[in-house]
Design a protein around this ligand. Sequence first.
Ligand SMILES: [Ca+2]
Length: 248
Amino acid sequence: MPRCEYSLFVITIGLLSLAGCGSGTTDSCEPGTSVGCSCADGSPGERYCVDGKLDECSCEEDGPCLDVTCSGHGTCTVWGETPVCACDPGYTPSSHAGLDCVPTEEVCVGGPIDYDVDNDGQNDSWFEPAADECFMFELVNLTRATHDDEGAPECHTPLMWSVEWAAHGRNHSIQQAEQGELYHDDVPFPGGQNCAYGCDPECEMDLYMIGPDEPHCPELSHHCNIMRCSFSHIGIGYHGTWNTQNFY
Ligand SMILES: [Ca+2]
């Protein structure tokens, strides 16, 4: 498997907080006591005695997700204090906030470029993403939303689509296919780059995330590029099974 070059940035994720998730503030109680309650998702919470009355039900972890519907096409999970939607197949978030799920084709879109994607000697003026490219984009954000970071400095909010870097990525995949090898020497070079070949997008995502040469962050790896906190965008290019992910 290929290796990549990157610079490291680290953001520490805060601890969980408590948030109200129920109703009822009228019950009298002894100061300093509390009683159990049921949170909106059925998990156990606690009602604390405040000024002689039981406060609202306090629920760990699920509080920040209470008002997040994921547009009805995903599941909200809290990472640190940050809620993020893991979207259903065919959907992905529309912004860095990751609080909604829209059809992937509304976010993974074509756009104007001024770059020779297909190496025919003439600059191309438009890049239109292919189905594999948008599916891999969807998988990257789903992976970020669901991958258990096990305490590592990894981030879960989604990356946004870059037409320009997708065009460069497809060109890089074409060149790798022609040369029959994986490499990383693009000029200009993105903030990070992952490359793989030989199977479908889901299989290549597994190679990136759990392949034998993929240490857990913060070691340098494809895994780290996909989960890195400092990246905000990704452009993905395919040629056959040759995949390039460009991050910045
Ligand atoms: Ca061209």
